[in-house]
Ligand binder design. Structure first.
Ligand SMILES: NC(=O)c1ccc[n+]([C@@H]2O[C@H](COP(=O)([O-])OP(=O)(O)OC[C@H]3O[C@@H](n4cnc5c(N)ncnc54)[C@H](OP(=O)(O)O)[C@@H]3O)[C@@H](O)[C@H]2O)c1
Length: 301
């Protein structure tokens, strides 16, 4: 029997990022156990983790769990906001406590957070060293999410990836945009000059595995591609890769009405974010530029 690189637990491994990551981890030679709300083969539930802790032979723990914020079928109520908050902060706390209490510690704990921790601004350039503070719901969420990860203690190496919008064919933003753009009905989200920190799904999975494997990597990494683009520049790149026009801008008031202004801010405002630490620690992006990323996303294979 061939030896594997060890067992990795992936909270939220059934989701868009999780499914891609689990495939990649297996290709790299890891055994993968998903932590889910639903029991199943090669799965543990959150209840199992609370009750029994993490298995002794765990090499790394990753958390990608989180209620989909932009689920259009859910109204932006206080109850839904609590759900969005708990599904990230509570699951991360459960894993942190289990790591802190484990006798045999995993080598690394990799958690995700968002660029929503940085205040939307079209001029300021944010790096991992930028000061963070609470200024709205999403910044509070990211701060608490990152704080929850720190409860895991000093003995397990902790890496937190502040991810931009993840671009992949099988989920997230591109899955929503693909059909309207294909039909020639695409366009930028107004005002269009707001920055859109982004990362190709392959790069995010590679970055998470980099964090698992590199013993010198610890702390916060910005999970965004080096090329900073505005929403309009992204739209033009995506439309060009699809050989379609992008004539139909999405008005801010429409998103404010459908999603509520607080949630719509995720689309109508943005931040200029640099992966300064990520690159200085030696991570190389496969897709540093938006044109090549969009071409790869729209290639018919
Ligand atoms: N996609 C992006 O562009 C992006 C950007 C920045 C950060 N992120 C963060 O990355 C994480 C993964 O994103 P994703 O796009 O892969 O999300 P996703 O496809 O919606 O999957 C997330 C997973 O979280 C679990 N989950 C959903 N609601 C939950 C709840 N109420 N309580 C506990 N678990 C719940 C689900 O697993 P089970 O059903 O198996 O329990 C689901 O498969 C999220 O935390 C998200 O905020 C994503």
């Amino acid at each position: 029997m061939s030896k594997t690189l060890g067992r990795v637990l992936v909270g939220g491994g059934t989701g868009f990022i999780g499914t891609n990551l689990c495939k990649s981890l297996k290709t790299h030679g890891y055994d993968v156990t998903i932590i889910s709300r639903m029991p199943g083969p090669m799965r543990l539930t959150w209840h199992d983790i609370k009750k029994d802790g993490i298995p002794n032979n765990t090499t790394a723990v990753i958390n990608l769990a989180g209620q989909n914020v932009l689920d259009m079928s859910r109204r932006w109520t206080e109850g839904f906001k609590q759900n969005v908050f708990n599904s990230r902060v509570e699951t991360t706390s459960v894993l942190s406590r289990a790591i802190a209490e484990s006798k045999v510690k995993p080598g690394s704990f990799v958690t995700i957070s968002g660029v929503g921790i940085y205040k939307p601004d079209n001029n300021e350039v944010y790096t991992e060293e930028s000061k963070t503070y609470e200024f709205d719901f999403f910044s509070k969420l990211c701060i608490e999410w990152e704080k929850a990860a720190k409860l895991s203690g000093e003995e397990t190496r902790l890496v937190t990836i502040r991810s931009g919008v993840v671009l992949g064919r099988d989920g997230g933003m591109i899955k929503q945009l693909y059909m309207p753009f294909f039909l020639g009905l695409g366009g930028p989200v107004m005002p269009g000059n707001q920055y859109l920190p982004w990362i190709h799904i392959q790069d995010l999975c590679r970055l998470i595995i980099f964090a698992v494997q590199c013993a010198s990597v610890t702390g916060v990494l910005n999970g965004v591609a080096p090329e900073q683009v505005t929403n309009k520049q992204f739209t033009d790149a995506f439309a060009k890769a699809m050989s379609r026009p992008a004539f139909f801008p999405v008005p801010t008031f429409m998103l404010n009405t459908i999603l509520s202004a607080e949630r719509a801010k995720m689309l109508t405002t943005g931040q200029k974010v640099k992966p300064q630490r990520t690159e200085s620690l030696g991570f190389k992006f496969l897709y540093p530029k938006i044109d090549a990323a969009c071409e790869a996303l729209t290639k018919r294979t």
